[in-house]
Design a protein around this ligand. Sequence first.
Ligand code: DUC
Ligand code: ZN
Ligand code: ZN
Length: 492
Amino acid sequence: MAEYDLLVLNGVAITHNETNEYDIAVKDGKIAKLVRRGEISISQAKKTIDAEGAMVMPGGVDAHVHLDEPPLFGKGSTADNYETGTRSAIAGGTTTVITFAPQNKAEPSLLKCLAATHARADNNCYSDYSFHLICSNAGPLAISEFAALREAGISSLKIYMTYEALQLQDSEVLDVLFEARKQKIVTMIHAENGAIIDWTIKKLEEKELFAPKYHVNSHPPVAEIEATYRAISLSEFIDVPILIVHVSSPSAAKHISDAQKKNLPVYAETCPQYFTLTRKDLDKPGFEGAKCVCSPPPREGVQDHEGIWKGLEDGTFTILSSDHCPFIFDNTETGKSSVITKEYPVGHFKYIPNGCPGVETRLALAMSAKRLTMERFVEVTSTNAAKLYGLYPKKGGLVPGESDADLTIWYPEGMKEYQLNNEMLHHNVDYTPYEGQTIKQWPRYTILRGEVVWDKDNGGITKPKGYGKFLKRDTSSLAGPRNAEEWDVEKF
Ligand code: DUC
Ligand code: ZN
Ligand code: ZN
């Protein structure tokens, strides 16, 4: 009888700290062993894949994905549900997504939101998945439920410093951070100053400036820079780990790297839109610019992109996520075009739903840019998200006996080049912000728990929905509070 279920042969295995010509043996959905190329015989396995010298990595972990959400960030609801969003993920080499379970401000319980999100995802997923709770009502019930969330396998929350429907005041942020510290929960923070944004919107409206491009003016860098510094200060006061999500501004990143130099447990995320898009992408004829409206917005140009790459290279950014937040462009009910009215024929920027699709293009865009060492690429696109959110080494690694056999196998160098177009993609969106862009690589196979779920040259998606499973998560394995003692107000 064959000893292994699957052998991946002739690949270059890459993890966050090693690159080697290893063949990979898989048994019962786990990585069984890594052996020097050629040291294992194909007769030992039921099935083999020849990687033909290409890179083989732990499957991508995308820790920032919005699926099946109601209107939260302007008008319009997300276009992808758990079926279409996770289908898109595996077609782009991502085997695990962490999506959001949103709490409505009128709903005091987080556990209820968790149950409702489970119901939307159950039996619908192609990739494995977990949830971050979005806490928009940090009242006593929500706070008292943090311990139960941990038992339910949720070890992270997201909070907002802007958006009427979501914003917490600083005292509420402190309430969340205080309990998060007790329960060993990582708090993700959308760091933009809501008051600065609202005030700037009024100034634009006074001048009757409504086109999509004014979204950029209404979210000036200072809103992100100030809120990032404030979020870091509040987390330092409570001594608790935070992750600043979707950082777009190199000046905000500077606050983050200064905090990291002080050994504060401050983590950060950026996304491909912040090294590919600029404000010019929102300044297109008519309403076209709405396709690239997201928050924070894309910044000025090459210098900002360079700042983002520098942060990815030097470790300021812990993770590279997609912030996949999809809205159909040409849909007047729930999509971007729902903000076009008689009164506002080119829409009004402040109502445009904020977000862009990107779960499928995240890995290929970052790979094609050829800026990161391959080990760093694995670290920011897979391993660090798994570590930060309590999934490592089950996810994000190739640890024999411990890691799920989740693999992304690329094409051999130079074998594929594409003009990216929306028809290639598997999301439920009618555009990609990256239409026409040259892509030098794409995942050829995606393997989830030992099963091929994506085979680009042989039919694409190969497993039905429902194979993806919910992942209960543990405590973060990245550094936590600096002081192990209980927080004590008398120390201040
Ligand atoms: N924040 C997100 O995380 N996603 C979409 C919109 C936003 O502001
Ligand atoms: Zn956000
Ligand atoms: Zn988001």
